[in-house]
Design a protein around this ligand. Structure first.
Ligand code: ATP
Ligand code: MG
Length: 673
């Protein structure tokens, strides 16, 4: 299919000063492909267009209806939303419920106990599965064990675990007893763990001896030992899952084996109801733009919005679908769309411990085939990596089961979107109607999806998250807070409170107000730039902190990166603005080439010209640097601020949340040559 031909001519013709300075972002990249849902898909879709109408007519009452429909309340609420203490919201006021009961017990009570809740596949190939009845029993045991270790309602529990079922069991056991979990990425250092333990004053740490990564045992417990070596912490107990059997140091009086304490605990445990606004968890943001923030989420609103979006955005049919979200539980996607929403919805999901290329680059697709995964939710970085490895790898597997594809974490470049659609969603071109792609925009702070197409309703566009979820009110505004017209760019804001919104930053209410509510007073400022296209659909343009100002033109990193990725030689690209005496800022691009492409002067000239052709001469990078890797957080986001340091010849800043801390070294080495 020659979809490229459908692109509009895309040179910048209008460069009048009014146009130049009118937009917070210039709107440069043109993309006009659109894919309506197939009639067959639409006929059995969960979401319908009437949801938008109902939500617009009913405001918070729309969410009240969802809350009653989706969740089982112990005591019904009396008010949908209390916004009298804005920006601190209270949703479903007066209601009480238990999150674990909603995710587990009620499915068993209602006859769904034999349905598989979790298929687990370890990296070495070991497997386990849990039905809803079995998972309920495990969580009850863990809840009893945590209580026997002195954890009570309101206490904080730090979770430092690999992607194994015990991670989900731990989070739900906390929720069951009203303890507040704070999950810390297994890849983070002892220092990062300690600072999060201290910030939340955690009483219990749940960890494992280690896990398997890239075919080798990888240790976790030593980092916990190191984190707790210095006195002055609040931890009374460490609970250790035996995962890889590697020897560990043992601190008598502090350490407990999971198999001694949890496996022997009673499987009888009654879930008591907690207030709708009872804290559910604290989670630190990924730190792409600076020091991570401890985001606080509560119970009723969070569960309502995450479960509602999980059903509608992914078209979930819980009796038949097999859902797989590849996110680690260490970031918000693993909270909302692994631990909570799928289980509240009674879905069957896959959890995979390891990396996508162990023992071979087709591991993910092998898992899709083996478990007949029908809904796959992953990040653009993973899709671009698979593109780099080549389409012949997924094409060796039968991906026919896939019905819906999701994307989260970063803007998805149109080129990666098309690849995802054809190669994965179209089973390598064998399907007449490839699976719809839902690009979901949201943040740790928003708790659940905020902008996303609805499969079966929305005609999807490559690279755009498009429309606000029903019941969510977003806009793109200029510096004065006025909505921009279609065809223009600006700042993404959320105009009304939403059920899964953060309730604050742990221990720092002032920072909550300053960070999100100062810029536009009554609107939540997300920190992201966006544009509206001619249809009013929303395109994310990257962080406003990353906007480049080149000779008075405000350019988005995302658009230039997408133009680079649309060249067949480029696998991944990251763009930053570096200080420049003549132009204010100059565009500097870091690119990873695809396997077959050669790194020489020609490629740099070719790529500069390609960007010039795709979006206009002003966007041509001043420098293009070919690198072996890009600095990414554990959740797969590119850390542009570190590349900016490189581009401006500085020592790179705080890189403590990088997935691989050798990357900056690798880049420095490659640039020496
Ligand atoms: P910090 O706030 O500490 O800098 P972070 O913003 O990277 O960290 P997250 O909450 O994990 O931490 O990421 C949310 C951000 O990810 C959004 O603000 C947005 O920039 C980006 N993002 C997420 N999903 C999408 C998407 N579908 N399209 C575009 N951007 C997205
Ligand atoms: Mg953020």
């Amino acid at each position: 299919m020659d979809w490229k031909a459908k692109r509009k001519g895309s040179t910048m013709s209008d460069q009048s000063p009014a146009k130049k300075h009118g937009d917070a972002f210039e709107n440069l990249l043109h993309e006009s492909r659109s894919f309506p849902p197939s009639a067959e898909f639409a006929a059995s879709a969960v979401a319908t267009s009437s949801l938008y109408e109902e939500a617009a007519a009913d405001g918070p009452e729309f969410w009240a209806r969802q809350a009653r429909d989706i969740l089982t309340w112990d005591r019904d609420f009396t008010q949908a939303l209390d916004w009298s203490d804005a920006p601190f919201a209270k949703w479903f006021v007066g209601g009480t419920l238990n999150a674990a009961y909603n995710a587990l017990d009620r499915h068993v009570e209602e006859g769904r106990g034999d349905r598989v809740a979790i298929y687990f596949e370890g990296e070495p190939g070991d497997t386990r599965s849990y039905t809803y009845a079995q998972l309920t029993e495990e969580v009850k045991k863990a809840a009893n064990a945590f209580e026997s270790l002195g954890v009570a309602k309101g206490d904080r529990v730090a979770v430092y675990l690999p992607m194994i079922p015990e991670a989900v069991i731990t989070m739900l056991a906390c929720a069951r007893i009203g303890a507040v979990h704070s999950v810390v990425f297994g890849g983070f250092s002892a220092d990062a763990l300690r600072s999060r333990i201290d910030d939340a004053e955690a009483k219990l740490v749940v960890t494992a001896d280690g896990s398997y990564r890239r075919g080798k045992p990888s240790a976790l417990k030593p980092a916990v030992d190191e984190a707790l070596a210095k006195p002055g912490h609040t931890v009374d107990n460490v609970l250790v899952v035996r995962r890889n059997g590697e020897p560990v140091e043992w601190n008598e009086g502090l350490d407990n084996w999971w198999h001694d304490v949890v496996d022997t605990a009673s499987a009888e445990h009654t879930a008591v109801a907690h207030d709708s606004e009872h804290p559910l968890f604290i989670l630190y943001t990924s730190g792409t733009t600076g020091k991570p923030k401890g985001i606080l989420h509560t119970t009723g609103g969070f569960l309502t919005q995450t479960a509602f979006t999980h059903r509608n955005t992914f078209d979930l049919h819980p009796e038949t679908d097999v859902y797989w979200c590849t996110a680690d539980i260490g970031w918000v996607t693993g909270h909302s769309y692994v631990t909570y929403a799928p289980l509240v919805n009674g879905a069957t999901q896959l959890i995979y411990e390891g990396t996508p290329d162990t023992p071979h680059q087709g591991r993910w697709w092998e898992l899709v085939e083996k478990y007949k995964v029908s809904i796959l939710y992953t990040a653009p970085t993973a899709i671009r990596t698979c593109m780099k490895w080549g389409r012949d790898i997924p094409q060796k597997f039968n991906l026919d089961s896939i019905r819906v594809l999701g994307s989260v974490g970063e803007p998805i470049n149109p080129e990666a979107w098309m690849w995802y659609r054809q190669v994965i969603g179209g089973n390598g071109g064998k399907k007449d109607h490839p699976a719809p792609i839902v690009d979901t925009w949201w943040q740790t702070e928003t708790g659940g999806h905020m902008i996303a197409p609805m499969p079966g309703v929305t005609a999807t566009k490559p690279g755009s998250a498009q429309v606000a979820v029903p019941g969510i009110s977003v806009d793109v505004v200029d510096e004065m807070g006025e909505p921009v017209p279609n065809g223009s760019g600006g700042f993404l804001v959320i105009k009304e409170p939403w059920p899964a919104m953060l309730r604050g930053i742990w221990g720092d209410p002032e920072r909550f107000k300053e960070t999100y509510w100062n810029r536009f007073d009554t609107m939540y400022f997300a920190g992201d730039g966006a544009k509206k296209d001619e249809d009013g659909d929303i395109w994310l343009l990257g962080r406003v902190d990353d906007v480049m100002n080149v000779s008075g033109h405000r350019l988005s990193t995302t658009e230039i990166e997408s133009a680079l990725v649309s060249h067949p030689s480029v696998a991944e690209a990251a763009v930053v603005g570096a200080a420049d005496e003549t132009t204010g800022e100059a565009v500097v691009a870091f690119v990873i080439l695809r396997g077959s492409a050669k790194d020489d002067d020609d490629i740099v000239t070719t790529l500069r010209n390609h960007v010039g052709k795709e979006i206009g001469p002003i966007a041509k990078p001043r420098h293009i640097l070919v690198v072996p890797e890009l600095p990414k957080t554990r959740s797969g986001k590119i850390m542009r601020r570190l590349l900016k340091d490189v581009a401006e010849g500085r020592e790179a800043g705080d890189s403590s949340t990088l997935a691989d801390n050798t990357v900056m070294q690798q880049i420095a080495e490659s640039l020496k040559n």
